[in-house]
Ligand binder design. Structure first.
Ligand code: CTP
Length: 402
């Protein structure tokens, strides 16, 4: 069972060399738990046989308007009615032109015209064909008709030329499909997220830091944008690119992070503290490089202010969510943190199983008890966490300043 709004997808394959990539696309979609019904144009069958897609999707492949399975009644209506969305990948220049004009001279174009669901196209063509004013006019018209367009990408083409027009890689199409179809549970909400490590200077060349990669915080930022939120991401130094649309505020130290959070917290609906903030920093960073002089060196550390607890204590606090990365007594320590910091929700995990990894698991703790999110890629966990927050927000009155 997948947790996305697309359960049944009609995948239309049109004639182009990128049709071979559609085989991998079907495999990845099925792996996501999506039921895939393949419909091919006559030209597509010249590149890959329907049998390939039948084997991968586990369903008969439709190609013809006239000899469709009669058990389907009127196939051109039924097939599109059963689907939550239609994805055309690859979409040839010719098929795009047909969509623009509402042509219905084969099964796939007829299904598109008779649809009452979302239509998405992933163009694939020679760069000259893509750049042709006729294609560009057609693409504009598709945008105007609210048809989503994934890609194309730029790069080497099967014909030996280089340029814009390559179909997106199957992984990217699946990622965009899942992003595109996320329910907009956080539409209009403003979310501030802290992510990554902080770096506490000892002297100009040395510092205290930790192994946080920022992956969880950045995944939450991406998932929040997909769900319609406006995201501010206060991030320590990481090797990641912020999702497009994020208001990124890069910081270095815990003190910088506190300052950035405090000056951006007003008007936020949700604050999610994912950052691995250094609990301590050197009492006084040395202006000059500390010289080696003795067998041992003692650095006096001072406690950093707890950013999450500070924000949660405000009279106008947004809905505050903490993370608890523990090495033992997970639930006990996490619940203690939730109580101490007065949080409606905390996400707990085992530090060594999560830090730097692309996938992990979480246990969400709130007043109702514990809610496990089993092992999954961090983006899927982020979606699960945000769905939980959205549900809680429906019942959680925002604190008003008195
Ligand atoms: N946190 C914060 N500011 C700090 C320390 C922690 O905002 N100075 C936030 C983290 O982003 C996380 C939560 O508090 O959401 C828990 O952080 P963690 O370091 O696990 O807990 P601590 O309260 O610091 O407790 P300990 O280090 O003793 O486990």
């Amino acid at each position: 069972m997948n947790d996305y709004s697309i359960k049944k997808l009609l995948l239309g394959i049109t004639g182009g060399i990128a049709a071979y990539k559609a085989a991998e696309l079907v495999r990845l979609l099925v792996k996501q738990g999506i039921e895939v019904q393949v419909v091919m144009t006559e030209a597509a069958t010249q590149f890959v046989t329907p049998l390939t897609f039948q084997a991968l999707s586990g369903k008969p492949v439709y190609t013809d308007l006239w000899v469709s399975d009669s058990s389907k009644g009127m196939a051109h209506i039924d097939l599109s009615r059963e689907a939550d969305a239609i994805l055309i990948a690859p979409a040839s220049a010719d098929f795009i032109a047909k969509l623009v004009h509402g042509a219905a001279d084969d099964l796939l174009s007829t299904l598109c015209l008779a649809r009452d669901c979302k239509l998405i196209v992933a163009p694939a063509m020679n760069q000259q064909m893509w750049n042709n004013p006729a294609t560009q006019r057609n693409i504009k018209q598709l945008h105007h008709d609210s048809i989503a367009i994934f890609g194309p990408a730029s790069g080497d083409q099967a014909c030996g030329e280089t340029g814009m027009g390559r179909m997106l890689e199957p992984e990217e199409i699946v990622a965009q499909l899942l992003a595109h179809t996320q329910p907009k549970l956080l539409a209009g909400k403003r979310i501030l997220i802290t992510a990554g490590p902080t770096i506490e200077a000892i002297d100009p060349v040395r510092a205290i830091t930790n192994h946080s990669s920022g992956k969880m915080g950045y995944s939450i930022a991406r998932a929040a944008i997909e769900m319609g939120a406006k995201v501010t991401l206060v991030s320590g130094p990481v090797a990641l690119t912020a999702p497009s649309g994020t208001n990124l505020i890069p910081v270095i130290s815990a003190a910088d992070m506190l300052e950035a959070v405090e000056s951006n917290i007003e008007g936020q609906d949700i604050f999610i503290a994912v950052a691995a903030v250094a609990d301590y920093s050197p009492q006084q960073a040395s202006m000059h490089k500390v010289k080696k002089s003795a067998a041992a060196l003692t650095i006096e550390l001072k406690l950093n202010q707890d950013i999450l607890a500070t924000i949660a204590a405000r009279p106008d606090a947004p809905f505050c969510v903490g993370f608890a990365a523990e090495s033992e007594h997970l639930l006990q320590h996490a619940e203690q943190k939730r109580q101490n910091k007065k949080l409606p929700l905390i996400a707990a995990n085992i530090a060594t199983e999560a830090m730097g990894k692309d996938a992990s698991s979480l246990i969400l703790l709130d007043d109702e008890g514990s809610h496990p999110l089993p092992q999954a890629p961090k983006l899927a966990l982020a979606r699960g966490l945000l769905q939980h927050i959205a549900a809680m927000l429906d019942h959680h009155p925002k604190k008003e300043s008195s």
